[in-house]
Design a protein around this ligand. Structure first.
Ligand SMILES: C[S@@+](CC[C@H](N)C(=O)[O-])C[C@H]1O[C@@H](n2cnc3c(N)ncnc32)[C@H](O)[C@@H]1O
Ligand code: SF4
Length: 334
């Protein structure tokens, strides 16, 4: 069953966030509007949530058209964005067309956010949120829901409370805290080897995920999350953290270089979530990106039920996750 489709509609981005895991292959062509519409038509029978993401979806020239089409099919339609390209016209568009959810990335106060996400990005993002609020008020609309998605790292751990206050002030519907996806050197080397051995993929991209923001102090992290949860309750702000962060050894396992730590973990992606890259290839997930097939050649249904998708699902359920999976937001811990 397909419950959700993530569309990486473009790999172009106007920012260069320090930790960004997205591959930016700007040499390859993007899907034409007609093809995106065709894919949405094929998706319709499953009634999935459609998420337009990317790199930065507002860099896709026909974003408004594809979003409108998706809404026209009656699909829950959302956009993940850095917000910096939402001007008055875009903000009004999002409200008038009742886009369901706009998830905006923001990592902390001006100085920290701009260190992580680029100079000037904080003010532009805040302006975007205010513009959306302005039009929501003007048209007496509850939509779009606006959520914030900060990535927690060593750099902003101590300014997460700022984001709760901000969310209250700006009437943000929810704050989804994301955890940093990164690898240390040892894990990156291991991951690259595992990709070759198990999937016959030669891919050294994992080395790009080694970064200076890694290695949070577990205890400090846990303590902070507890504080933030309490504070959010007090402020009446809805928050969520990926995974069940309260589990005793959860953070240890997440941030530790060790591979196996006892819990049963499984992929929460492969059975109900389709990911489509900018060239129209269905890939396993954002981190491993095992290609299932091209929508330029085959139908959504055929690829989803096809041999490569089945092989990947079987491989990961039978032989276990890959090193990068342990940082993924969609890994389920039991
Ligand atoms: C890849 S971006 C695409 C949408 C848009 N450009 C944005 O920044 O929101 C989607 C989300 O992934 C987050 N992200 C990027 N790199 C990450 C990493 N290494 N670990 C965790 N989250 C990351 C971004 O901060 C953003 O919230
Ligand atoms: S704005 Fe989004 S896609 Fe662009 S660099 Fe930042 S996290 Fe990556």
């Amino acid at each position: 069953m397909i419950k959700r489709i993530y569309f990486e509609i473009t790999q172009a981005c106007n920012l260069k966030c320090r930790y960004c895991f997205v591959r930016k292959d700007l040499s390859s062509e993007i899907l034409k509007l007609e093809k995106v519409i065709d894919i949405l038509e094929q998706a319709k029978e499953y009634q999935p949530i459609i998420t337009f993401s990317g790199s930065e979806p507002f860099m896709y020239p026909d974003l408004k058209e594809v979003v409108l089409y998706s809404k026209g099919l009656g699909l829950f339609t959302e956009i993940y964005t850095n917000g910096t390209l939402i001007d008055k016209k875009n903000a009004e568009f999002l409200v008038i067309n009742q886009i369901n959810n706009v998830r905006i990335s923001l990592d902390g106060p001006l100085k920290i956010n701009d260190y992580l996400r680029g100079k000037g990005s904080y003010l532009k993002t805040i302006k975007a949120i205010k513009l959306i609020n302005f039009y929501k008020k003007k048209y007496s609309s509850d939509l779009p829901y606006v959520s914030l998605s900060p990535v927690i790292s060593k750099k902003n751990l101590n300014s997460l409370d700022f984001l709760i206050k901000l969310a209250k002030d700006l009437k943000i519907n929810r704050v989804h805290f994301l955890s940093l996806i990164w690898l240390n050197k040892k894990l990156a080397v291991f991951h690259v080897k595992e990709l070759k051995r198990r999937l016959n993929i030669k891919d050294s991209y994992a080395y790009r995920l080694i970064n200076e923001l890694e290695d949070l102090d577990f205890d400090q992290y846990r303590k902070k999350i507890k504080e933030i949860k309490l504070m959010a309750k007090e402020y009446g702000v809805l928050v969520d953290f990926w995974q069940s962060i309260d589990r005793d050894n959860f953070v240890d396992y997440w941030y530790s270089p060790k591979i196996n730590q006892g819990n049963i973990r499984r992929c929460g992606y492969i059975y109900d979530t389709v990911r489509i890259d900018q060239k129209g290839t269905i890939i396993s997930c954002p981190l491993i990106r095992y290609p299932y097939g091209s929508l330029k050649k085959e139908s959504l249904k055929k690829i989803w039920l096809g041999p490569r998708a089945r092989f990947f699902r079987k491989e990961i359920t039978k032989n276990g996750l890959f090193p990068i999976c342990y940082k993924c937001h969609r890994v389920l811990v039991e």
